[in-house]
Design a protein around this ligand. Structure first.
Ligand code: AMP
Length: 327
């Protein structure tokens, strides 16, 4: 039997390089492998666990679908769907919430981080986020989940829930593992923390043109360009990580040596890096335009994906309800 894969991205706007390198590239790699059946969703129910604008939520869902298709997710190979359109997810999430304690959820570093970001919005749904994510994954019996390293604590919860439900109710869910890419942690352009949608000036968008990429890289803080120790944090470290991801390991090694000898000219590094990033994004941007011009085709892809996902989801939900004594 083919192994299953599930991944999703929240609908908080258009994707950036962190989403692309940490999640989408892994999604593409597994989609290309005939040993896997791939399920990729837009996680709109997770989006509403933090403050959001209901007027633009649907638009943002569409943006993620378009970015998925533009990046190369293929409806012939993957089930592409919208989380809220498969109501089984919330039902399974509720059933799973009977298996985990409040204390376990409150101690998760991801929860604590969100509490710090939005202290006025610590809702039940936010606490339950990892439980719903476990339902997303286990719904399709997925054993691999292509997501960034920041999601590891949530994968741990999914494994705990799988193990509990198997031992208490005699089911056979796989304990899902994260599928890591080389860009599992893309640092912020500010030099502090990770690249994210919510931090202004931290990211490069998949839709940025060469001028925008140049402008953003120009703002990355640097140093004098030479010294004994190549920085492992801050703006210079971010630049070297991006060089490695877009221009290869050898190029990074060259820059490292240069740093410790004659010195790096950051303007040249940034120009070359901007070109390399744009070369990778250009075909994605061109494909996006094609999909934008065929809205009916995109509607059909979403409708068919939702329907396939609902069918699969119902099988698992019935199995769990039966095992838990509900039907
Ligand atoms: P989110 O926008 O939080 O729903 O994230 C969607 C996906 O992108 C998840 O798999 C994250 O782990 C991944 N991701 C987000 N930011 C980064 C980053 N800076 N580096 C690597 N992966 C990331």
């Amino acid at each position: 039997m083919n192994r299953r894969v599930l991944s999703g991205i929240r609908a908080t706007g258009r994707l950036h390089l962190g989403n692309y390198l940490g999640a989408v590239k892994g999604m593409l790699a597994l989609q290309a492998d005939p040993n896997y059946e791939t399920f990729y969703m837009v996680a709109d129910l997770h989006t509403i666990t933090t403050p959001y604008d209901p007027k633009i939520l649907k638009e943002n869902v569409r943006e993620v679908i378009l970015d998925y298709l533009a990046a190369g997710l293929d409806p012939q190979k993957s089930v592409i769907f919208i989380q809220s359109q498969v109501p089984q997810h919330t039902e399974l999430g509720y059933l799973f919430s009977t298996l985990v304690t409040v204390a376990r959820m409150q101690h998760l570093p991801t929860f604590k981080e969100k509490v710090k970001q939005h202290p006025e919005n610590v809702t039940m749904a936010l606490l339950n986020y990892p439980v719903l994510m476990a339902a997303d994954i286990l719904m399709y019996k997925a054993s691999l989940v292509p997501v960034g390293i920041d999601q590891e604590p949530h994968l741990e919860i999914a494994r705990e829930i799988a193990s509990k439900i198997n031992s208490r109710f005699g089911l056979a869910f796989p304990e899902p593992q994260r599928f890591a890419t080389s860009g599992e942690y893309v640092p912020s352009l500010t030099g502090e923390g990770k690249m994210s949608k919510s931090v202004e000036g931290s990211n490069i968008g998949l839709s940025d043109d060469l001028a925008a990429i140049r402008e953003k890289l120009a703002k990355v803080p640097t140093d004098s360009g030479s010294g004994n120790q190549v920085p492992t944090e801050g703006g210079v470290a971010t630049l070297l990580t991006l060089v490695e991801l877009f221009e290869g390991k050898e190029k990074t090694e060259q820059y490292r040596k240069q740093y410790q000898t004659e010195g790096i000219k950051y303007q040249d590094l940034k120009n070359e890096l901007a070109e390399a990033i744009y070369q990778e994004l250009k075909p994605i941007q061109e494909r996006r335009l094609e999909f934008e011009n065929k809205p009916e085709m995109v509607d059909k892809i979403i409708e068919e994906g939702n329907e396939k996902a609902r069918q699969e989801a119902q099988k698992t939900l019935s199995e769990v309800k039966q095992a838990m004594g509900l039907i």
